[in-house]
Design a protein around this ligand. Structure first.
Ligand code: SF4
Length: 495
């Protein structure tokens, strides 16, 4: 393999207000407000903060007609402040609001899962966007496919791709090319499989629409950053992606430097980025290359494993090629890479972006980071986080926490911290912490338990996809969640 030939997936350019993405443009960073879209001053202040942090594209939720109409006031205030950031309306569940929002913003994101079968409403939106020079995003989410698609494909990457291709086909038939597409999931394996399949499906159809990457509900702190870097990095390493959002359950401006780090990490990397493993795309067909069931981290016994250290500027392609050319195809491999980063966060993001995909693809069996200035304990934690984010080894509770937006019904950062304090010692559990009942249940599709905002000050608790208690006061909700986990035999006391 020639490691010095860089090739990003070719795309057409899409103009989003003052920003253009796709083509030869650098990958653009974006973020999303979590203020109430009816609150013009708070939303304006947050857009300015996100733009100051360096994101040229900012999205706001518009859950109803009132919020859609208030985008006019927000756009006016943002421009009065001299900010030229492109504004995007996020429409979910009420597709009619897209037509309202498209009068005021630079781009509208719709979820094809929300449209009825006749497509007339979407076609009218396409024409409205064309007339005003507004871009569109076909934003498919795992967990919110239409019933028709779900009945045929289930909640699968293939279903996500079918949903997107149907709406992209309408845009193409109408000769509208200002379209971006996304395939988000909180499950990195589903997300990576869906985007790779989408890139292939578009290639077959000769479609060159730019792709927006993101892992939804990644959580917060180092774990949230590592999870995003594993999913987004896997795709950037394949040459897929024209704009990215790192979703964190933190202040939205915190997302920007992480996304910028990912963009610069891959922009600086030479190498040929190709999708080489079509047989590994689907989570339902996932298989590991060796008999190793639990990949190892530093300090663990690994008899008979070969360690391969990446030395080039394109570690992902180098390690992938080395593993695939082993004499013994099932020889277990520990992948290793040196990082000279004084910041643990930067090291974690870079390592997750380089190495996570080798686990997602079932190729590697162990990880060994070499990073002077960091302790063995710190590096072991990062190694375990990468394996967990790639879903090959679960060593801690996983929180599928939404980044919050204008729909959020409670203080999600403080609540997530409180839930973590009580439950982080539990292993092999996934807990969804979602701000609203509208999107939350669908987007935490993989969670074992769910804590979801039902109304202001009210929480609904889930076991899997089943509602267990509805609308309880938030003050009781954490204790009731612990009771629920205990009643189902998933509780262990902290050591
Ligand atoms: S789940 Fe969270 S981020 Fe998604 S719409 Fe609801 S509050 Fe907003």
């Amino acid at each position: 393999m020639n490691l010095n030939e860089y090739r990003r997936r070719p795309t057409c350019e899409v103009r989003i207000g003052s920003t253009t993405i796709g083509g030869d443009r650098p990958v653009a960073v974006q973020s999303m407000t979590n203020t109430d879209t009816n609150d013009t001053e708070a939303s304006t202040a947050q857009i300015l903060a996100i733009a100051r942090a360096g994101a040229p594209i900012v999205r706001l939720t518009a859950q109803g007609r009132r919020e859609g109409e208030n985008l006019a006031a927000i756009a006016r205030r943002v421009r009065e402040e001299g900010c030229r950031a492109a504004l995007v309306a996020d429409i979910h569940f009420v597709p009619e609001v897209a037509a309202v929002a498209a009068r005021y913003v630079d781009k509208v994101r719709i979820n094809p899962g929300n449209y009825r079968n006749d497509h007339g409403e979407f076609e009218a939106l396409v024409e409205q966007c064309r007339a005003r020079g507004v871009a569109l995003r076909i934003g498919v989410n795992h967990g919110s496919l239409s019933k028709r698609i779900f009945d045929r494909y289930g909640d699968t990457p293939e279903g996500m791709v079918a949903s997107a291709m149907e709406f992209l086909g309408i845009c193409r038939d109408r000769n509208f090319d200002q379209v971006v597409v996304s395939m988000k999931s909180s499950n990195t394996r589903v997300m990576v499989a869906a985007y790779r399949l989408l890139a292939e499906a578009m290639e077959r159809e000769g479609m060159r629409y730019p792709i927006h990457l993101g892992v939804t509900e990644a959580g917060n702190g180092l774990e949230g950053r590592v999870k995003s870097a594993v999913g987004i990095g896997a795709l950037l390493a394949d040459g897929i992606g024209d704009t990215i959002r790192v979703s964190l359950t933190e202040a939205p401006e915190n997302e920007v430097p992480v996304a910028q780090l990912l963009v610069s990490h891959f922009a600086a990397r030479p190498g040929r980025f190709e999708v080489l493993h079509p047989e590994r795309y689907s989570p339902t067909r996932y298989r590991r290359r060796t008999a190793v069931q639990v990949p190892v981290v530093r300090g663990e016994r690994a008899d008979g494993f070969r360690t391969i250290e990446a030395r080039s500027d394109n570690p992902t392609a180098e390690l992938r090629a080395a593993i695939l050319s082993l004499d013994r195809a099932d020889e277990p491999v520990i992948v290793s890479r040196r990082y000279d980063c004084p910041s643990l966060e930067e090291l974690a993001v870079r390592a997750a972006a380089d190495l996570g995909v080798l686990f997602l693809d079932g190729l590697a069996d162990g990880i060994l980071l070499d990073a002077p200035g960091h302790t063995d304990a710190e590096l072991r934690e990062v190694e375990l986080m990468i394996l967990q984010a790639a879903r090959v080894r679960f060593s801690r509770t996983e929180y599928i926490a939404c980044p919050s937006c204008g729909r959020t019904l409670y203080d999600i950062e403080a609540t997530l911290a409180a839930i973590k304090a009580r439950t982080s010692h539990l292993r092999n559990l996934r807990i969804g912490v979602m701000g609203c009942i509208v999107n939350g249940p669908g987007e935490m599709a993989d969670a074992d338990y769910g804590y979801v905002g039902a109304a202001p000050g009210r929480i609904t608790l889930y076991k899997g996809r089943e509602v267990i208690v509805r609308n309880i006061p938030q003050e009781e909700a954490l204790d009731r969640l612990v009771e629920l986990i205990r009643a189902n035999g998933d509780w262990t006391d902290p050591e």
